[in-house]
Design a protein around this ligand. Structure first.
Ligand code: BGC
Length: 373
């Protein structure tokens, strides 16, 4: 899937300096190489940027991190923006996009709710001359001019390796693994699964681990995740490790495990380094999470959007293959980081969560123990 990746520093430099194609590692960005500003660049007032976030329940990140960092970046660039949240409603998503365009958006950045509805939004925007960016989730078969995200297969790999580490630490013997996957309509969930199955499948094959229940959670719905995991544990009470695709799904599994007093005994993974996920790690109920420095993702996307709003044709650092649309999408992909008890402090040091919100009540002592300052 991934063809080229550069650090954000390099990507940012390429964008800022308007360098011509460097090709990243993939060496095939030449088709998108033109960074020459269009005739209008610099002359006219920049257009407006519209951003549509997917929901506020599947992960805390969209409202607490993405919105904040994107807004800050647009404001710092002095470009007008409108950030809205579709709250999981696919019809509302299209309506919001239409309104944004009517109200003067010349750039539209979306986090799709699924590829089909995302494609409709992108295609319609494009037909009206609006530049488009896929933010975090690639719209398969879509028409976005750019894609900004993390290396999502690497995210899954960290989750798989993290679970293996925690099971090894617990000296687990032939553990039965449950997989609680993300939404079947989110291309990222497919990539995360590719990543962790790449680690787990060889262990199933060798007989070191036993494959247990493996199910996707529609729309990453945390409540449904609880119901699904409850059924998994009823069917297979000896589940000894849970690969949960994000912190919300992980927390749903932990809540069910708590009822059986199995929390802390059965390692659970996560993603997003949410306050809840980090607190679950501090409490010993969650084995790990994956920290994605969303400020960098938001900054990279905002930089592209601002440049497009000014009528320029920015260059991305690499490309990602859209297998459905059979095209190479100019992309910026960032590297994720695994977080365990010992390096929870890194997330605080990076300013992603504050000590105040993390180290509340009973977590204060745990924070001290984990060296959070
Ligand atoms: C994002 C994750 C998020 C999930 C649920 C994925 O596409 O990459 O960070 O946890 O959606 O919102």
């Amino acid at each position: 899937m991934r063809k080229g990746i550069l650090s954000i520093g390099a990507a940012a430099a390429a964008l800022t300096l308007g360098l011509t194609a460097c090709g990243g590692e993939s060496g095939d960005t030449s088709a998108e190489s033109s960074s020459a500003p269009s005739a209008a660049a610099g002359d006219a007032k920049p257009g407006k940027i519209g951003v549509i976030l997917p929901d506020s329940k599947s992960s805390a990140r969209w409202e607490t991190a993405d919105r904040k960092y994107l807004q800050e970046a647009f404001d710092a660039a002095g470009v007008q923006s409108d950030i809205q949240n579709a709250q999981g409603d696919k019809t509302a998503f299209q309506t919001i996009a239409d309104q944004m365009i009517t109200n003067g958006a010349t750039v539209l950045m979306i986090v799709n709710l699924d590829s089909g509805t995302g494609k409709a939004v992108l295609d319609k925007a494009k037909s009206q001359g609006v530049a488009t960016i896929d933010y975090d989730r690639l719209t398969l078969g879509g028409s976005a001019s750019y894609y900004v995200s993390f290396d999502n297969t690497a995210v899954g790999k960290l989750q798989g390796e993290g679970l293996v580490k925690c099971l090894t630490d617990k000296k687990a013997d032939k553990p039965i693994i449950a997989e609680l996957n993300g939404s079947p309509t989110d291309n990222n969930a497919t990539l995360f699964k590719q990543g962790y199955d790449g680690v787990l499948q060889p262990k199933y094959d060798s007989g070191d681990y036993k494959k247990g229940p493996d199910q996707s959670v529609p729309d990453w719905d945390n409540t449904q995740a609880g119901t699904i995991f409850e059924q998994m544990l009823t069917q297979e009470p000896k589940i000894a490790g849970v690969l949960a695709a994000n912190d919300g799904l992980g927390n749903a599994a932990i809540s069910v495990l708590k009822k059986q007093k199995l929390n802390g005994k059965v390692p659970v993974t996560g993603q997003d380094a949410t306050v809840q996920g980090l607190q679950n790690i501090l409490a010993g109920d969650q084995c790990m999470t994956v920290y994605k420095a969303i400020k960098k993702e938001a900054d990279a996307a905002a930089q592209l959007a601002v440049s497009l709003a000014k009528g320029e044709q920015p260059q991305a650092s690499g490309t990602v293959k859209d297998t459905e649309g059979n095209r190479d999408v100019p992309s910026v992909l960032l590297e994720p980081q695994a977080i365990f008890f010992d390096n929870v402090k890194d997330v605080v040091a990076d300013g992603f969560v504050s000590k105040d919100e993390l180290c509340t009540g009973d977590f204060a002592d745990k924070c001290t123990e984990a060296g959070v300052s």
